[in-house]
Write a protein that binds this ligand. Structure first.
Ligand SMILES: NC(=O)c1ccc[n+]([C@@H]2O[C@H](COP(=O)([O-])OP(=O)(O)OC[C@H]3O[C@@H](n4cnc5c(N)ncnc54)[C@H](OP(=O)(O)O)[C@@H]3O)[C@@H](O)[C@H]2O)c1
Length: 331
């Protein structure tokens, strides 16, 4: 069985999930089928990815073919930014459940601290300020109803997570954020660890070539390459394994069967401490800054506002971390 991490709900989140952003409609079914056959048990989805219906068809086929049962899988989806109003949150998850042909989600996330007017397109003109406490109240109702077995957030900085924890009756189980060797989220990881919020890493390979991403490559980073050579693994495997050893689940996207397999072959080996320490020498850059959210209508006037100062440190990490605590979370 694949390894997993304990969430604050008492349930476990698989440590590797298949990302589905930018998988073309015609390729979704094959990618999910191949991934589940290899052993993936977590599929990360969102209405924003515009392929949820195809994800649902792929899941239906897996169940009909007897490859897995619903309860074997962990399915995540996310609240559309136009449906933050408390009265719209239930309808939003119902739409996702219909698309996915499921009765419940294992994890439902506020996709980000970014909101647009209801029924409008995701463009800067439609941005409006968030009211996270109000939206979270409606998320909590979904949790109590059982439609979402865990609720969480995505793209939340330390400050935004702390603000939410201060008002939440149900604490978020997960904060899904950009995290990889080039943006290691040291401060956020420490906060998540101390507050019992699981950090789940999106774009764990740096989302090469994706719109909105800019900055150095992970897979051609000389330190990552040297660790991969010493470990006799690929740079992608080393980047993903680094994530697991830091205590986070990782969500690599691939539509290619060979790479889907490669990205899951990260369990029966580990990066030794001396090589783990080398990741601290990598310059830190947030690759997805979401500049379009900087607009007077959103309430974010600068990137500093959106990320509460957690943009680029321009610094190398200085001290190697002790990850022994996180390793205890492994099953
Ligand atoms: N919550 C959020 O706001 C948010 C934001 C971004 C992403 N996400 C989630 O996180 C998932 C993963 O992030 P991502 O899609 O941005 O990027 P990623 O997983 O870091 O990178 C995906 C890219 O890497 C390639 N790739 C995959 N495996 C590889 C390997 N072994 N060697 C070389 N290249 C490889 C893929 O190409 P092929 O397909 O051709 O293999 C694809 O171009 C998303 O799909 C989505 O589910 C969430």
């Amino acid at each position: 069985m694949a390894e997993s991490f304990l969430m604050n709900t008492g349930a476990r989140i698989p440590s590797v999930g298949l990302g589905t952003w930018q998988i073309e409609h015609g390729a979704v079914s094959d990618a999910i089928y191949a991934a589940v056959k290899v052993g993936y048990r977590h599929i990360d989805s969102a209405v924003a990815y515009r392929n949820q219906k195809e994800v649902g068809l792929a899941l239906k086929k897996l169940f009909e073919d007897g490859v897995v049962k619903r309860d074997d899988l962990f399915i995540t989806s996310k609240l559309w930014p136009g449906n933050h109003a408390p009265e719209d949150v239930l309808e939003d998850i119902v739409t996702s459940l219909e698309d996915l042909q499921l009765d419940y989600l294992d994890l439902y996330l506020i996709h980000g601290p970014i909101r647009i007017k209801k029924g409008t397109m995701f463009i800067p003109e439609n941005l409006i300020p968030t009211d996270i406490p109000a939206t979270w109240g409606a998320m909590e109702k979904l949790y109590y109803s059982g439609k979402a077995r865990a609720i969480g957030v995505s793209n939340f900085s330390c400050k935004k997570l702390e603000d939410l924890l201060a008002v939440a009756h149900v604490p978020p189980a997960v904060n899904q954020v950009e995290c990889h060797p080039v943006w290691q989220q040291e401060k956020l990881r420490k906060l998540c660890h101390s507050t019992g919020v699981h950090l789940s890493a999106y774009s764990p390979l740096g989302s090469p070539g994706s719109p909105g991403y800019s900055g150095p490559s992970i897979l051609s980073n000389p330190i990552v390459i040297s660790i991969a050579e010493e470990s006799q693994k690929t740079p992608a495997q080393v980047a993903l394994r680094w994530g697991l050893q830091m205590g986070q689940s990782v969500l690599p996207k691939s539509a290619n069967e060979t790479r889907i397999k490669e990205n899951f072959d990260i369990f029966d080996w580990s990066i030794p401490d001396d090589l783990m320490a080398k990741f601290s020498l990598i310059n830190q850059v947030r690759l997805l800054k979401i500049e379009f959210a900087i607009n007077p209508q959103s309430g974010y006037n600068t990137l500093e506002d959106l990320w509460d100062g957690e943009v680029d440190t321009g610094n190398k990490r200085t001290e190697p971390e002790d990850h022994s605590d996180f390793l205890r979370c492994f099953s």
